[in-house]
Write a protein that binds this ligand. Structure first.
Ligand code: URA
Ligand code: SF4
Length: 196
């Protein structure tokens, strides 16, 4: 089994897709390798590209605030993205970029073995579960191949829509309620069962 540090190093040096040509820094995942939950966003933005860390810009502040509201600090959890390098002008990463980069996310998940993967927004929903219309499915718990996924909106969606802040906060609170129940070996209600 590879170590998280090895994956991190590979991401930093990676030149497997063209995004390596325009990035300032790759952005490997960051946080607690023993976390019960892994948060997965879309791709680094400008601040993340500058700093080499995920969710450090305005969207990151929204995520941190929602975590704090749920009584959780950022360093208790692990935060990463589908694609580890910033797409020029923050365009949505292409299917090819996502599939080229997916081995890193897969490794992060297989090392951390989170109880729940929290899918942030449409791009992550589409990349990880083939889904679309996150606003319709947010707040739901999905099971696929024995792995649980919790769906919510992308924190950036709350920047220009204040009403969505309470949506995000409510979802994150529910996520940690679910995690608490799982830790106590309680049954949790699965909203969607994927068969593959
Ligand atoms: N948006 C994302 O999807 N990921 C980040 O790391 C920052 C903003
Ligand atoms: Fe490598 Fe992923 Fe960066 Fe592409 S986006 S260069 S696959 S780390």
């Amino acid at each position: 089994m590879e170590r998280l540090e090895t994956v991190r190093q590979k991401v930093i040096e990676c030149t497997k897709c063209d995004l390596c040509k325009t990035r300032t820094n790759s952005v490997p995942g960051k946080g607690n390798f023993q976390s019960e939950v892994v948060f997965v966003g879309e791709a680094p933005g400008r601040n993340e590209d500058k700093n080499g860390e995920p969710f450090v810009g305005v969207a990151g502040k929204k995520l941190s605030a929602a975590l704090e509201e749920a009584g959780v600090s950022r360093d208790e959890v692990y935060i990463t993205n589908v694609v580890k390098c910033r797409p020029p002008n923050n365009r949505v990463p292409s299917t090819k970029e996502r599939s080229t980069c997916q081995e890193y996310l897969k490794k992060e998940i297989s090392i951390i073995k989170p109880k729940i993967i929290c899918v942030l927004g449409n791009t992550a929903f589409n990349s990880i579960l083939g889904g679309s219309e996150i606003t319709k499915f947010r707040g739901k718990l999905v099971r696929k191949d024995k792995q649980l996924y919790f769906l919510t909106i992308h924190p950036a969606a709350t920047i220009y829509n204040q009403e969505l802040i309470s949506t995000l906060e409510g979802d994150i609170a529910k996520l940690f309620d679910l995690i608490r129940e799982l830790k106590n070996d309680k049954q949790v209600p699965i909203d969607i069962e994927y068969t593959s």
